[in-house]
Write a protein that binds this ligand. Sequence first.
Ligand SMILES: Cc1cc2nc3c(=O)[nH]c(=O)nc-3n(C[C@H](O)[C@H](O)[C@H](O)COP(=O)(O)O)c2cc1C
Length: 181
Amino acid sequence: MKIEISKGKGNRLINPGGVILVSSCYKDKANIITLAWHMPISKDPALLGIAIAKSHLSYELIKKSEEFIVNIPTVDLLKQVVFCGSISGDKIDKFQEAKLTPEKASRLIKTPCIKECIGHIECRLRDIKDIGDHGLFIGEIISASAEEGLFSDTWQVDKTKLIFHLGGGVFTSSSEKIEVK
Ligand SMILES: Cc1cc2nc3c(=O)[nH]c(=O)nc-3n(C[C@H](O)[C@H](O)[C@H](O)COP(=O)(O)O)c2cc1C
């Protein structure tokens, strides 16, 4: 016996997707958006996709600057994750309001990364696919970094708690590592 899920909530069956904070910057305006919709899409070249609603400020900033950074938060940043995902950076500085620290990324990217996050993927924008009410931003990975001790080939989920979004205001976190030899 299966229960029917509305079309609008169908995507929740393939959640939980790890929650990310994407930083962007155009001219002097830096911003942060919380995203749950993202995916790796090519190994060589290394490409990933993030889906951003056309109405969001981040859509404009990334389109204009042609770069973005995927930052990986842990559960201790959940309050900031919800904040950055509930209010537009239109009129506020989310770095300042959420008490997150902008940190210089590599030489190739002007956008700051978020110091408090445990990992960063710096991306150059390759393309934007117009899909429904979202744009699928395709980024080429320029460089990536992760907190020493927490990443060794994969995230060491027994040592840190990543955030996963189940839908609405419901989240879960990782803790158990299951290895298949
Ligand atoms: C857990 C969570 C996940 C979210 N995932 C997405 C997403 O994948 N794509 C999207 O466009 N918005 C997503 N949002 C909503 C945006 O983060 C939110 O509307 C944000 O305020 C937009 O910021 P901006 O206008 O400053 O760019 C999510 C929000 C939360 C709380």
